[in-house]
Ligand binder design. Structure first.
Ligand SMILES: [Zn+2]
Length: 305
């Protein structure tokens, strides 16, 4: 080979030489040629210059890929942990609500029950109070109004379990109304009378599921002096007695409520707010017996079919 031919051959091999993939024989040939040929030396330097950044680029891309993969892994783990925390919190709420519900059902399984519902109307210190009594199939509901130091009974309602009859008394105008008809048998059902109307805290399963996800449930004892669950969601706040599972208080988040310091007595509220008291075995026969109606102007209304 003359020099020019050799240059040709070596130049063909230079890329592979630079990449380090030549066999021993070719490598020796290239190296020997390079010792004497400055033209090929320059070429090799150029090839090396061109190749180095390429290699670096590849390396960077490879590292980036690994980083992306590990980022994805980190994000997945964080998401998984978050999901797990939410799930545990959901489970905890659901168990609390289920326990409360079971306890409150236990309470209503009795033949002697009392419930008081107080509604703060936001109109000065006006409070409307409903007192419900149940004893051995007999029921009475009294509606009272408190304002300043005054109080008045607005209405008394009497019923007997499954009986097609209701007696309403209006003390203010000294009158009474006796209502009869099959509808009242249904109204005077076991559930209606012993659960003492609505607004207990018997959470249905769908309700429990929704509340578990949307509510913040904390334990507090402020203002009441005994432990209660405070169930807050974007719409309302409920206080549930921890021991009995019964509702203590219920108001919407738009209400402002303030208490006399260190007490559970409401000082001010801007809107409707409900408070509840329950007791067992405190109702007497006198509480639920229909009084002598001869002192009232009695009206009778029979339901027409
Ligand atoms: Zn050469």
């Amino acid at each position: 080979m003359n020099n020019i031919e050799e240059c040709q051959v070596v130049q063909d091999l230079l890329q592979n030489y630079s990449d380090g993939v030549l066999n021993e024989e070719s490598k020796k040939l290239v190296e020997n040629h390079l010792k004497t040929c400055s033209k090929c030396q320059k070429r090799l330097e150029k090839i090396k210059k061109d190749t180095e950044p390429n290699l670096q680029k590849k390396e960077i891309e490879y590292l980036k890929k690994i980083k992306r993969k590990s980022d994805l892994k980190t994000i997945s783990i964080i998401l998984l942990i978050l999901f797990f925390i939410v799930f545990i919190y959901f489970l905890r709420n659901f168990i609390i609500l289920s326990t409360i519900t079971a306890k409150s059902f236990d309470f209503f399984d009795s033949n002697n029950l009392y419930k008081e519902t107080r509604q703060y109307t936001g109109n000065g210190n006006e409070v409307i109070v409903w007192k419900e009594y149940y004893k051995d199939s007999k029921y009475k509901k009294v509606t009272e109004k408190y304002f300043d130091d005054k109080s008045e009974v607005l209405m008394e309602e009497y019923a007997t379990l499954n009986e097609p009859k209701r007696v309403n008394i209006y003390p203010q105008n000294n009158s009474a109304l006796v209502l009869t008809g099959e509808t009242y048998s249904q109204i005077n059902s076991k559930q209606n009378l012993t659960h003492l109307t609505e607004a207990t805290n018997e959470f249905s399963i769908p309700n429990r599921l929704i509340l578990s996800l949307t509510s913040l449930i904390t334990i507090d004892a402020k203002n009441v002096g005994r432990d209660y669950y405070k169930i807050e969601n974007p719409f309302s706040v409920k206080w549930i007695d921890k021991e009995t599972g019964l509702i203590i208080r219920n108001y919407t988040l738009f209400d402002t409520v303030s208490f006399y310091e260190g007490t559970d007595i409401i000082k001010e509220t801007n809107s409707y707010m409900y408070e509840f008291r329950f007791s067992k075995d405190t109702v007497t026969d006198e509480d639920v017996n229909v009084p002598d109606l001869s002192q009232y102007n009695v009206g009778y209304r029979a339901e027409e079919n």
